[in-house]
Design a protein around this ligand. Structure first.
Ligand SMILES: Nc1ncnc2c1ncn2[C@@H]1O[C@H](COP(=O)(O)OP(=O)(O)O)[C@@H](O)[C@H]1O
Ligand SMILES: [Mg+2]
Length: 166
């Protein structure tokens, strides 16, 4: 799954500032699993931006993240909902999909409350938030390769180290 190291779990243990890691997944399940490993890196206050075309796997990856924190069998795509909220032990998880919003309406949904409330914000279609890339702790960019294959690039904007995998 990971291009560079043997296990994605290991690759997702340590990130250095501005580091970028590239993964290739061969199924939706692999993308979900990658999201689950990535979830272990998240801390209160983190902002994660997801970019990539429709169908590139953003929601699938986010299902993996949320599944790591919330015991819920199925997390629906938020394509029809702008914001969903989940309770983790130490913070709330906000999942937002900005696809349907015009840039001028983004302020109306109170985006700042989601981004800066010291919880965790997962923002799909983050390219709508022009000029705010440096606000994100993480940027996850997904790309369609073929029917079952996706490239997923994870970038970290600051030094980020976990001591061990739980
Ligand atoms: N490797 C893969 N990773 C993620 N999704 C995949 C993969 N292979 C096939 N798929 C399919 O592609 C679609 C991705 O949809 P979704 O995650 O909702 O994308 P987005 O949120 O970017 O629009 C799903 O139907 C999923 O089953
Ligand atoms: Mg989506």
């Amino acid at each position: 799954m990971d291009k560079k190291s043997k296990s994605p779990a290991k690759a997702l243990t340590i990130f250095k500032s501005k580091e970028k890691k590239v993964f290739i997944t061969n199924s939706a399940n692999e993308t979900r699993t990658l999201g689950t490993f990535f979830a272990a890196l998240l801390k209160k206050g983190d902002i994660v931006f997801f970019t990539g075309d429709l169908g590139s796997g953003k929601t699938t990856f986010i299902q993996g993240i949320i599944g790591n924190f919330v015991q819920k069998k199925y997390i629906r795509s938020s394509s029809f909902t702008i914001a969903s909220e989940y309770e983790a032990a130490d913070f709330k998880l906000f999942h937002l999909d900005l696809y349907r919003l015009a840039p001028s309406n983004i302020a109306d949904i109170g985006i700042d409350d989601y981004l800066y409330s010291n919880n965790v914000a997962l923002i799909e279609w983050a390219q709508r938030l022009k000029g705010s890339d440096n606000e994100a702790t993480w940027i996850v960019e997904s790309k369609y390769i073929d029917d079952n294959k996706r490239e997923i690039v994870i970038r970290c904007s600051r030094d980020y180290t976990r001591l061990s995998l739980s």
